[in-house]
Design a protein around this ligand. Sequence first.
Ligand code: PLP
Length: 498
Amino acid sequence: MAEVRARRGTMKSRHARAPLYEALEQYSQKDIVHFDVPGHKKRLRSGLGEYFGERIIRLDANSTRELDMLSNPNGIIFEAEQLLAEAYDADYAFMLVNGSTFGIQAMIMTACGPKDKIIMPRNVHKSAINAVILSGAIPIFIEPEVNLEYGIANGVSYDRVKKAVLDNLDAKALFVINPTYYGVVSDLQAIIKLCRRHHIMVLVDEAHGAHFPFHPDFPDNASTLYADMATVSLHKTGGSLTQSSVLLLNERDITYSQVRTTINLMQTTSASYLLMASLDLARRNLVLNGQEIYEDILAIVEKAKVEIAAMPGLHVLTSDDVDGHGIYDYDETKIVIRVNDLGLTGFEVYDIMKNEFGIQLELAETYVILAVVGIGDDQQTVNQLVAGLRTISHRYAGQNKPLKLEQIEWMTERPMSVVSPRDAYYSPKRIIPIKDAVGEICAESLMIYPPGIPLVIPGEKLTQRIIDHYMFYREQKCNIVNNAEDPDLIQVLGEAND
Ligand SMILES: Cc1ncc(COP(=O)(O)O)c(C=O)c1O
């Protein structure tokens, strides 16, 4: 790693450029009469300018010869992608304009065809489940380690990965999350070595790890460890615009043109230059200034975590919790706070923080809240978070009994898979009241968002506990994601009764 970091130190002069952004800026200033799309023609009178400002309208372009083309880049987009690849220590980078959701689907669809086995943790984001439906791959699930005290799923232990690999030596790929939503990292280096030994490709969901390469105290990023592919949501923690993301490739078993072909199967032919230019600018900022920015942020977060941990009724997850909960390393920019000792759920604290203190947290779970600290934060924003928590601690600590809910124990119990997700998705379905669905085979994914990790996926058998868990989330007024038009209904396998 020292060698990689030294290499990064020498690349700053190349990264002072933002070729895509610079060309777009020049293009936007030219006096061109547009008889191409987009239809706003970069003119204020089109209706958007007065709301978004003229600058946004002028930078919102379509592909032209000088602006290159995302589906077959060989000019400024390719140059910007090469710089992204270098920043993340990969052979190639592919800019994406439909989030890491799309990158995860592209990785899995490139690596796996119908009936190929892919090993993955059960706590994957819904995009990985959807990718299995699209590709027809057969998922072999590994149970993540569960931290029952916090009520969260962590990484997968090396031992469980090894067992799954040795039991499935014919698997095509293994999918890992680096880090989980809560900042937890598995032993990725050992997992990659194991998979290389057995000729299994490693695909990494690095949606929450865009900042990893830019400070030595962060966990290792997947491309540096030579994972085959990784998808990184620069929009989540790297500072680019929402929806912009990047797929990284180390060309070994999978070639550049294979990934390009899959991407072109599904990605828009009208990629947003605002999103792509934001990736270019975010990369430049991360390479040039990331270490300094994150040095400050880490110091601010460290102090804040000490303060929060000292507040009665609150507990904070830190790197020191590396003790068999499937945690190999930890991303300290995530602030996971356990609040149930206040006698409140995470959902209640989440609402109080928003409604009383104007603080928007990333998510809540039964016992915890999660604050994500990003490149735009500073001492002032973190102080506000700490002040809000201090008021809540003063108000509620010692007032109620600590909250202990049996739902937490259910996290260790997983539904049984009866039909592959793809077969379930394409089977005849009927819609029934969810309260009557015990014993039925589910035809859709049910989850709360965020985090978008399904309680049940297509092909799994519904149990009373899954349904009770779902109802609990409904009572807590979580955002439910399901496909039936009514949250009291669910799609299950079987012919519809007319
Ligand atoms: C673990 C994980 N993977 C993938 C995604 C998808 O990322 P995106 O929102 O960029 O599509 C998310 C989104 O929340 C996520 O939490």
